[in-house]
Design a protein around this ligand. Structure first.
Ligand code: BDR
Ligand code: CA
Length: 313
């Protein structure tokens, strides 16, 4: 039976990669997309999510979510990474469809209630919608199969400060609620996504095999790859959001460590995901009685990229 997933997203070039990857995976049944601010405004993220469903000809609901962080001032959208349109400035036409009337958080709650114990939430952006779903109906934490999120970093440097990753930094308070709720969270952060380099040779082969989705991803990714090559002298881009899809398809690609994660919500360490490995105790109490998160620390990069390529080709 296919695994039921909801993708919470801020498309976003690597979000687009993740969404097409999930749409093509026969092991997964995408029940809907929920959107958040992050790489772009929530209005544009919603429009982009609908665009992706129309390109892939997949009929799933798109529910619009939070527009701003829960407690801090919004940070500027990173147009230098994803383009002002979120798709690498490719001038793609607006979609025809519309978002459903329900909010993202309500859609999450209702869908989880409809399929208790069966739904995995894959979160690819700031975590405000998940925090709001917990607020609307705290019981959902016990009814979700798993939350798999792209965000945070345990020991690798951050990408928006020396210690913070962008999705967590964009709403640290929401992230702390998500890491401390009673659901199974798997964190796919920079510890693993910085070990995987997606280059144009893979995207060119996918484009050849699958001109529709592959062609779109190739065109979007040029802006993203240029950002990485100019900023870090890299030949390709890091494989952030799509790693979550690979994880739900084949967790054996990753090595995980268990521990309690708390998020720093103020000061110069704001946005840091502070990881206390299972079995270690500290005089400071903040990690006591916090559910264990599975933190991905190792990845088989070859296997991961092969799964992405074969699924999309
Ligand atoms: C994360 O931030 C966004 O720019 C990407 O879409 C990804 O979700 C990487 O830090
Ligand atoms: Ca994202």
């Amino acid at each position: 039976m296919a695994r039921k997933i909801i993708i919470d997203t801020d498309p976003g070039i690597d979000d687009a990669m993740a969404i097409f990857f999930a749409f093509q995976a026969s092991q997964l049944e995408v029940l809907g997309l929920t959107t958040t601010f992050g790489n772009v405004s929530v209005d544009l993220a919603t429009q982009n999510a609908i665009t992706l469903t129309e390109i892939a000809k997949v009929n799933v609901p798109v529910a619009k979510g939070v527009a701003v962080p829960s407690k801090i001032a919004p940070r500027p959208h990173p147009d230098f990474v994803h383009g002002a349109d979120g798709f690498g400035n490719i001038d793609w036409p607006a979609p025809k469809g519309k978002a459903i009337e329900k909010s993202a958080a309500q859609f999450i709650v209702d869908t989880v209630r409809e399929f208790p114990g069966e739904v995995t939430i894959i979160a690819l952006g700031p975590l405000g919608n998940l925090a709001k779903a917990l607020e609307l109906d705290p019981e959902v934490a016990n009814l979700v199969d798993e939350v798999v999120l792209m965000g945070g970093t345990a020991i690798e440097y951050g990408n928006v400060s020396p210690v913070a990753e962008a999705n967590i930094m964009n709403d640290p308070h929401a992230a702390d609620l998500v890491f401390t709720a009673a659901w199974q969270v798997t964190m796919i952060g920079l510890d693993v996504t910085h070990q995987v380099l997606l280059d144009n040779s893979v995207l060119e082969r996918i484009k050849k095999a699958n001109p529709t989705e592959g062609g779109f991803l190739y065109d979007c990714a040029q802006h993203y790859i240029n950002f990485y090559s100019s900023r870090f002298d890299m030949d390709g881009c890091y494989f952030h959001d799509a790693s979550t899809i690979a994880y739900v398809m084949d967790p054996s690609i990753f090595g995980v460590e268990l521990g309690a994660v708390r998020v720093a919500c103020e000061g110069i360490g704001i946005g840091q995901t502070i990881f206390a490995p299972q079995g270690m105790t500290f005089p400071e109490p903040h990690w006591n009685d916090v559910p264990m998160t599975q933190v991905c620390m190792e990845v088989d990069s070859k296997k991961l990229l092969a799964l992405f390529e074969t699924t999309l080709s």
